[in-house]
Design a binder for this molecule. Structure first.
Ligand code: DGJ
Length: 699
């Protein structure tokens, strides 16, 4: 049960989320919220008996509660990173907060703090997300004054700090990356310092992703305590992990990056994104499964659905898009069992290269003289849904849109407008820009009957106003929300030059994400390992493309490429007109096989059995009676041809049958000595094993 208990005598609050309790103590006068517990479930009585733990260094140079406060605002002895920083109209800065109210409303505990001198109040919300071990936190900052008080300028507005209980050591896990190299996982000692993970790009970014995991350096994939936090924001963001000399650890986070200011006018409020926290006692694998369960229950717009097998034309045609060319691909795709055909970039305006046409969202009259409807109808007659690529936030300077509205892009008056990929970013913070986007998107979906949009974003934001670093993303969310409300059947893929905009904010309103423009199956093992640390396999779109891979030149067998793509949402992105009949036969069989396992892959519990880089990389999915195991060997170097692979997460008393061989195994064998694995010899070997629980297990 997810509930909140309060002990009035000790001013202790216990927030229970599934198997976890997060407990705080309120010091009303001092305006301090002390964390007293974040770990296995505890009764309110037990939580009330726990002491708040100040810094062991209590001297004139110290912050007594450094890295041990939920909401350390700027001012007084806050020497660590403040969660709230403000400049007031009278020229002063710094806050002196008091707790003025608290209580439970709509399943959330809310504590209100007000400044003793300035018209500023903050409501901090803590909500145990029902059915999960996740606690959601968000903050609403309010200007409570009148016109004579002037504006308040916020230069930092984090949601708050998550304080990790005292441990002898701290390690952090996070991902970094770049275009075509997203999701590189790092697990490093947390330095005694303030470590900042951030995006200053106005988008969640390829370069870092807004989550972090902390452990005491002893956790593994399936054991040990892990405290993790994730921000649901798609604009600029910042997560700061502080490890103090006194051995404490706190992680604060919020929207915006250093230097970005927010003007709060009298009566205005600023609501933060959610900064959610999850504690698990069973390692990084359990942390990922906890986040996946949270996404299925609270984030995914259509959690009960299975994502269709799609074909995307980008790598096959690049900008050379024609009705005949797309139809030829569509006929071949339909024959393979593809369910959704997506026409990528190049169908509109003067978009025959990346130099022109972005913003002119009408079918190219030479390529589609009768519009898109005839192609869309033919695709539907082939038994597939029709989908389209769009990039609503962008314009090429060489476009009718930009010629008519040069002021619509983010810019600093008088400054050079930074072009990247020959394009500029439209300011979605502006209502007129949002209205324009909404109107043509609505019309496009109606005119074509499109069931799916791939929503792309191919460059970061530059020259933005303060507000736009986060306001742009909020504007994008608003347009998507409106579009989905009017077209409830529409499904959307989040893309930003691959995985540049994947976060819990965008995934609340999109159904899947394009993980990376790098479609090399070996590189994908690493990228997908990073993606699934936080995000479900049902959001992870993976295409099988041509070999040698156009980006890396690596030649990889078709079966291996398929198996890697089948660990997420299977797509095909190769030039099917060049695939041999034999390759198309193999593809048809593997698409059929995917239909059989996709419920388990997309909705099951993920166990990362062996990480990429090990001799054999392996992942397993468990859903109800079924388990699916993929194993990959990349190199041939001295690797033995057979392995046993210990599995996880099975019903320990049951017997499982291999669906292909009919062999039966006790779960105790599969989870102990392991599944016998017959990987063929040589490089790029892969296997897929399907197991079904046999009803009367006798383990
Ligand atoms: C970047 C995407 O990641 C690609 O898949 C493709 O859609 C191109 N943009 C099109 O410009």
């Amino acid at each position: 049960m997810n509930t909140v208990d309060i002990c009035d005598d000790t001013a202790t609050v216990a927030i229970h989320a599934g198997a976890v309790t997060y407990a705080i103590r309120l010091d009303v006068d001092a305006g301090i919220i002390h964390p007293v517990h974040w770990g296995p479930r505890l009764s309110i009585g037990a939580a009330a008996s726990l002491p708040a733990q100040p810094s062991p260094h209590q001297d004139t140079f110290e912050a007594p509660w450094e890295a041990a406060e939920d909401y350390p605002a700027e001012g007084g002895r806050t020497f660590g990173p403040p969660v709230l920083g403000a400049w007031f109209a009278d020229g002063t800065a710094g806050l002196e907060l008091a707790i003025v109210a608290h209580g439970v409303r709509a399943g959330a505990f809310t504590v209100t703090l007000a400044d003793r001198h300035q018209p500023l109040a903050v409501d901090l919300h803590y909500r145990p997300a029902p059915g999960t071990d996740v606690i959601e936190r968000w903050a609403v900052v309010r200007h409570t004054g009148g016109a004579s008080d002037g504006d308040i300028v916020l230069h930092r507005q984090d949601v708050g700090a998550w304080c990790v209980p005292p441990r002898d050591d701290y390690r952090m896990s996070h991902v970094t990356g770049a275009w075509s190299a997203e999701g590189m996982l790092h697990r490093t000692s947390l330095p005694t310092a303030q470590t900042q993970l951030t995006s200053r790009r106005g988008v969640s970014s390829h370069h870092a992703n807004p989550w972090i995991m902390i452990d005491d350096s002893t956790a593994g994939e399936e054991h040990g305590e892990v405290w993790s936090m994730a921000l649901a924001t798609s604009g600029s963001w910042r997560i700061t992990a502080t490890r103090s000399h006194a051995g404490r650890c706190a992680v604060s986070g919020g929207a915006g990056h250093d230097g970005v200011r927010h003007w709060l006018r009298p009566g205005e409020t600023l609501t933060s994104p959610i900064f959610a926290g999850l504690y698990t006692a069973d390692g990084f694998g359990a942390a990922s499964r906890g986040w996946h369960a949270y996404q299925r229950r609270h984030i995914s717009p259509h959690p009960g659905e299975l994502r269709p097998v799609l074909y995307n034309s980008w790598e096959a045609t690049i900008f050379d898009v024609t009705e005949q060319g797309q139809l030829a691909l569509a006929e071949l795709a339909a024959d393979l069992g593809v369910e959704l055909f997506v026409v990528d970039d190049g169908w509109f305006g003067a978009r025959t290269s990346d130099r022109a046409g972005l913003g002119d969202w009408h079918p190219n009259p030479h390529r589609f003289p009768n519009g898109l409807r005839p192609l869309a109808d033919k695709i539907r007659r082939l038994g597939m849904q029709f989908g389209l690529w769009v990039e609503p936030e962008m314009t090429n300077p060489d476009s009718d849109l930009y010629r008519s509205h040069p002021d619509w892009v983010h810019h600093t008056p008088g400054h050079r407008r930074t072009e990247l990929r020959n394009q500029l970013v439209l300011d979605f913070n502006r209502p007129d820009v949002r209205d324009w986007a909404w109107q043509w998107l609505d019309r496009l979906v109606r005119d074509t009957g499109a069931a799916f949009l791939k929503w792309d974003f191919n460059r970061p934001i530059t020259e933005a106003s303060d507000q736009a670093w986060t306001g742009h993303a909020a504007g994008v969310h608003a347009v998507i929300d409106r579009l989905r409300a009017v077209h409830p059947g529409l499904r959307i893929e989040s893309c930003a030059g691959g995985g540049g905009r994947i976060d819990l904010g965008i995934l609340r309103r999109t159904d899947q994400a394009w993980t990376s423009d790098n479609t090399d199956a070996v590189d994908r093992l690493t990228i997908q390992h990073g993606h699934t640390q936080l995000y479900t396999p049902a959001t992870m779109v993976a295409w099988v493309t041509d070999s040698p891979n156009p980006l890396t030149g690596r030649d990889i067998p078709l079966r291996f490429r398929f198996h890697v793509a089948m660990t997420g949402v299977l797509g095909i992105g190769g030039d099917l007109t060049r695939w041999s009949p034999g390759e198309r036969d193999t593809a048809r069989q593997l698409v059929r096989l995917y239909s059989d396992i996709r419920l388990t892959v997309q909705h099951g519990d993920l166990y990362r059995l062996r990480p990429p880089g090990a001799t054999t990389c392996a992942v397993q999915y468990v859903h109800g009676d079924r388990a699916v195991v993929f194993a990959f060997r990349v190199g041939a170097d001295f690797a033995p041809h057979t392995h046993t692979l210990p599995l996880q997460g099975l019903d320990p008393r049951a017997v499982y049958r291999d669906d292909d061989t009919g062999d039966q195994y006790a779960a105790a064998v599969l989870m102990g000595p392991g599944l016998p694995l017959a990987l063929p010899g040589g490089a790029y070997a892969s296997t897929l094993t399907r197991l079904t629980r046999v009803a009367a297990g006798a383990g």
